[in-house]
Design a protein around this ligand. Structure first.
Ligand code: NAD
Ligand code: TYD
Length: 355
């Protein structure tokens, strides 16, 4: 079956893996990558597929209603997989308005444009799908009590980032409940892997270890995150886009909880081993700094529903995933140099000056 799908945020970290998977796996689909190319978007993430006949890149802001409307109409779009967002908690603390604009108004813009186009077609919503990619952070924070976020967990976002994502999730569900739009929402845990912008913990720390720079550990390093290899997330998105039930929510996670400081020690060991440095050579880089404001203590996802209904499970053990990831960053220093040129140094200095 032929389809035309817009993937928003396809030049970002997770989006680039989703675009690659769909372009490779579905030669009959037309995949349109709609991305504004903010600091987090980088077409170098897609060099290997950019010349494929079933791929097209469109530089556009998801808040540009007229542009989005025209694109959906001109291309006869029947599916939207929406990943474009401002995604970094620390940035949201400094600049919440940008997060409300892109994550809330941008999502609403896409929903409204898709609604107007699909409702005017003779077949209306039949065969259409609006799939919104969200985060486990909308559920707030867990204590150290073994509980997990399920699809029924109440929304309790704490950061401007998660509040904006939560708001966008509500709009998506409202478009189903009010207009009958065929929507799906998934909430995923922390992703890691190649092509992640080095403001997030794992790529930032790999790069700092390599260059002997301090590793700024927030608070006591005791916060817990549930880590999933990004290609496993992309695979889940593929399965859910095709087989997920309309109006449902699915949690995606790896049952893979790590205390930050333990994860950081694994990163140091792995980088040092792969660079041929003696074990423990870089432990001294660990630097405890002022905690993040409103820092969520623990995230942990229960993805049983996705496993039982659609048979998805993570394919990689964490040790394997981390080895692959560290190797990728060490072998792709040119990619790292490219994304850390320009404004990055100023961002880095501003972010860590007062910590
Ligand atoms: P990212 O920051 O790496 O990429 C975001 C992409 O969106 C970039 O390519 C950027 O250019 C684009 N973008 C930003 N604003 C835009 C706008 N106004 N118009 C068009 N494009 C715009 O983000 P990511 O980590 O790949 O996350 C992708 C999605 O997955 C987000 O919605 C995020 O909330 C969600 N998510 C991320 C994680 C994670 O661990 N990274 C976990 C769960 C869910
Ligand atoms: P991050 O990668 O920003 O993801 P999120 O905040 O969305 O979970 O951070 C992961 C964890 O690592 C989080 O508990 C904050 C912590 N952290 C640090 O301790 N130091 C850092 O420099 C960064 C970026 C994060």
């Amino acid at each position: 079956m032929k389809r035309t799908i817009i993937i928003t945020g396809g030049a970002g970290f997770i989006g680039s893996h989703v675009v690659r998977l769909f372009v490779n796996r579905y030669p009959d689909y037309r995949i349109i990558n709609l991305d504004k190319l903010t600091y987090a978007g980088n077409l170098a993430n897609l060099r290997d597929i950019e010349d494929r006949p079933n791929y097209k890149f469109v530089r556009m802001d998801i808040c540009d209603f007229e542009g989005v409307m025209k694109l959906i109409q001109d291309e006869h779009v029947d599916g939207i997989i929406h990943l474009a967002a401002e995604s970094h908690v620390d940035r949201s603390i400094k600049d919440p308005f940008t997060f409300a604009r892109t994550n809330v108004m941008g999502t609403l813009t896409l929903l409204q444009a898709a609604k107007l186009y699909w409702e005017a077609l003779p077949e209306k919503y039949e065969g259409k799908r609006f799939y919104h990619i969200s985060t486990d952070e909308v559920y707030g924070a867990l204590q150290f009590d073994g509980t997990l976020f399920t699809e029924e967990t109440k929304y309790q976002p704490h950061s401007p980032y998660s509040a904006a994502k939560a708001s966008s999730d509500h709009f998506v569900r409202a478009y189903h409940d009010t207009y009958g739009m065929p929507t799906i929402v998934t909430n995923c845990s922390n992703n890691y892997g190649p092509y992640q912008f080095p403001e997030k913990l794992i790529p930032l720390f790999i790069n700092n270890i390599r260059h002997g720079k301090p590793l700024p550990v927030y608070g006591k390093g005791e916060n817990v995150r549930d880590w999933l290899f990004v290609e496993d997330h992309a695979r889940a998105i593929d399965i859910i886009f095709h087989k997920g039930r309309i109006a449902e929510t699915y949690n995606i996670g790896g049952f893979n909880e790590w205390k930050n400081i333990d994860l950081i020690k694994v990163l140091i060991k792995t980088v040092d081993r792969l660079l041929g440095r003696p074990e423990g050579a870089d432990d001294h880089l660990i630097t405890y700094v002022t905690d993040r404001a409103g820092h969520d203590l623990r995230y942990a996802i229960d993805s049983t529903k996705l496993k039982n209904e659609l048979g998805w499970e993570p394919s990689l053990q964490f040790e394997e995933g981390i080895e692959k990831t560290v190797k990728w960053y060490l072998e792709n220093q040119a990619w790292m140099d490219n994304v850390t040129s320009g404004d990055y140094q100023k961002y880095y200095e501003d972010m860590y000056r007062n910590r």
